[in-house]
Design a protein around this ligand. Sequence first.
Ligand SMILES: [Zn+2]
Length: 258
Amino acid sequence: MAKDKEVKVSQCLKEDRSSRTWTWEWNREKRNEQEQQQHLELERILADCKTENKEDTWRWRTRRSEEISVALLRDEISKNSLDERDTPWKHWNKWVPPKVKLFIWRAIKRGIVVKVELARRGIQLEDRLCARCKSEEESVDHLLINCLKTRAVWWSIMIWLKLPILENITSSEEIFDKIEAYSGSKEWKKLIKAIAMTTLWQIWKSRNDVEFNRKEGMVTNLVDEVKELSFLWIKERSKLKTLVWERWKDFNIRDVTK
Ligand SMILES: [Zn+2]
């Protein structure tokens, strides 16, 4: 969308000692929420970058002093595959689409662009307040777990699932640990986790509706959307082909899972 397709990133940046501002020249207005989001994401990525008056080269993150080479990559890969911190997250779930998985991953890493994260990266905002409750700062955990509006969503979801209300939870990751600790078959837990992922995804979607389209949805609508979407996704992606909507909407499905 840049007017000048050859423009350099450094040419879009005005920087002095205390501040940096971006002057993007687009050839048209941003059309939708997705483009808006991509723009924020671009500024988020660039917030941590320094520009220098040098020719560009490729560097590996942990070995900045060396120019990239196959030997260096091979070295880094063999080092990293032995790294314990890279053990995969144990709650991964193929019953939700890849875009949702990516979102959950970023939510857990606090990598979604809520206001507190934007401000932390030096992006100017009118305020950092959560647009839904307007009383607290919008952090990842506030948005997905602690906001009063969000609590109402989780409350309804747990009632639908016939599970105890979530208490003493402060981050989205804890929800998955909590589900893991419930008694039930592996398949049933996988199902509940897929629904929790769908819930987090819909909370994010409805947040963006408020933020970008000034469209405030009702909690009951959001909960209904979670029920419908999770039904479609799980029916399509799992082997639970006997699921039927009539029973799903009351979550009367214990006998369907192993
Ligand atoms: Zn809030």
